[in-house]
Design a protein around this ligand. Sequence first.
Ligand SMILES: Cc1cc2nc3c(=O)[nH]c(=O)nc-3n(C[C@H](O)[C@H](O)[C@H](O)COP(=O)(O)O)c2cc1C
Length: 200
Amino acid sequence: MFYRPEDGHGLPHNPFNAIVAPRPIGWISTRGSLGDNLAPYSFFNAVAYVPPQVMFASTSSKPDRDGTKDSVAQLRESGVFCVNIVEYAMRDAMNASSAALAAGEDEFGVAGVEKVQCETIDCPRVGGTPAALECRVTQVVELPGEANIAVFGEVTGVHIRDDALSDGIFDVMSFGPMARLGYKDYTRVENLFSLARPDE
Ligand SMILES: Cc1cc2nc3c(=O)[nH]c(=O)nc-3n(C[C@H](O)[C@H](O)[C@H](O)COP(=O)(O)O)c2cc1C
């Protein structure tokens, strides 16, 4: 089949995010004048090495947040956010934190996760994750469409859990990172292969 998005896909569910998959999950923690916030975002990725930079995108809005969701509203105030990396064992807590709670309600409590203070920014992070990236906001970009907002950040601090490092390698097989597929589906990294580049 072929479709133009403006004409509709004609399928029971939009296949778009099942096509762009698997996507890593940025579990985004923020602090604002109303309190602390935590929510997962799978429109998320790393975008540069030096300095290290990441992005995530927020789509749609909450009635109490003036055209966006809590995470973007909070980081617009503070200028910082933290990306917590989700392991399979944290899947239920991550999912619980996606509930659309009222502004100011703290998903750390709802998800039952430990709150730890970041080192380089005034922001909470999730304790015990395999890794976390403390970030300073560099750009907030309004995208076409309603309430589509991309946030870019420079990484100012990197946490790696001791048991996720083996022989100097960040060993993803030790914890099984989760990624988002389409619909209600997820995947977990369970096997790995390597390829040398042609010029290596
Ligand atoms: C695995 C997962 C990935 C998600 N990815 C996104 C995303 O990329 N962008 C988005 O706007 N919402 C995404 N959501 C929905 C948000 O987590 C949800 O709207 C949440 O309530 C936003 O929280 P906040 O208002 O506290 O920022 C995702 C939800 C889940 C469970």
